[in-house]
Design a protein around this ligand. Sequence first.
Ligand SMILES: NC(=O)c1ccc[n+]([C@@H]2O[C@H](COP(=O)([O-])OP(=O)(O)OC[C@H]3O[C@@H](n4cnc5c(N)ncnc54)[C@H](O)[C@@H]3O)[C@@H](O)[C@H]2O)c1
Ligand SMILES: [Zn+2]
Length: 370
Amino acid sequence: MILQKLTVSFEYPVLFTERVFDPANKTLAETMAGRALLILDANVALRDDPAAYFKAHSIELAAPPLLVPGGEGVKNDLSFLRRMVSAMVEARLCRHSFVIAVGGGAVLDAAGLAAALVHRGLRLIRLPTTVLGQGDSGVGVKNGVNLHGIKNALGVFAPPFAVINDFCFLLSLPDREWISGLAEAFKVAIIRDRGFFDFLSSEAARLRSRDAAGMQFLVRRCAELHLEHARKGDPFETGRARPLDFGHWSAHKLEAMSNFAILHGEAVAVGILLDCSYAALQGWITREEFRSIHRAVGASGLPLWFDLMLQRKEGRLELFDGLEDFREHLGGGLCITFPRGIGSRFETGEIDLGAMEEALLQLRSGRDQR
Ligand SMILES: NC(=O)c1ccc[n+]([C@@H]2O[C@H](COP(=O)([O-])OP(=O)(O)OC[C@H]3O[C@@H](n4cnc5c(N)ncnc54)[C@H](O)[C@@H]3O)[C@@H](O)[C@H]2O)c1
Ligand SMILES: [Zn+2]
């Protein structure tokens, strides 16, 4: 036997700036050198002209910027993946070239997959333009698209070359998108950082009404927690536990059941509330802790309930099919993360579906408590 063992380490900067395409801003230019292709989320309002930026910094754009529709649609329709891949090949990008993806989490996920496929991996610079993108999805190593209604059924683990978080992008977000981004902050705070949860609780109303300093702190803390988690944990998810997917087994199902009318962050908000309701029933958090989470999530403007959660299919609660989808996506046995108190967590493979239904009904009866 020859036992092969490879150790590959990855390193990438996550930078924070404002007005990344202002020619006076050197952040992007100092991160890269060489040819680049720009992929743009069509809904992002650009304050500065990227073409002028690249010209000012003598960076060659290998092709005109490629505009793609923002939102889940870009992950649901494989023709967009194909278009991105084709643009990269036609522009003759090589492994030393750069794909600069500007957009929400969905565009970054799809563009990241395309960049990872071409020549087995181009250099990807992510410029996330949503709260979720800057604090969570954009700073991680996962890329992917959906297939047959299954979220991220097709994807790769591929760390980016760099991530640049430009706060100014967030200013053009519609309120609904701004607020939905708060859900992942609650998610990571509830399982990892009590102090951050207290911040979210006390600042919920201000964050909802677009307090800039609060949001800048939130994005940075969220990014730090996600990066630290991946650094110390299992970034390529070879094991079974996926703590950062707390609340996501039902969230992913709910998004798909709504035909993606419910935003990812909105689904995550009710997903974590459902699992917190279950955790309270099991005694892993107290009723008062559950109420404080429920209150804070509501005060931040996130949804507390969707009637779709009780939709039945062939007699059973369709939402609960999310558990099996989740297990399948991970492989092996089921492994779900729950809070144990606020700020810490544990994993379990045993879900009592009767108690989960009770948790669901209790969540519904509390839905009007804002
Ligand atoms: N890769 C990961 O680790 C990871 C983690 C969590 C979530 N995700 C994925 O991220 C996606 C959700 O991302 P999202 O919450 O950023 O939403 P999104 O990408 O769906 O964007 C939401 C909407 O806002 C628009 N938009 C984006 N930036 C804007 C801006 N600055 N101004 C105005 N409009 C803007 C988009 O075009 C879209 O219409 C989901 O597909 C989810 O599965 C990935
Ligand atoms: Zn998420």
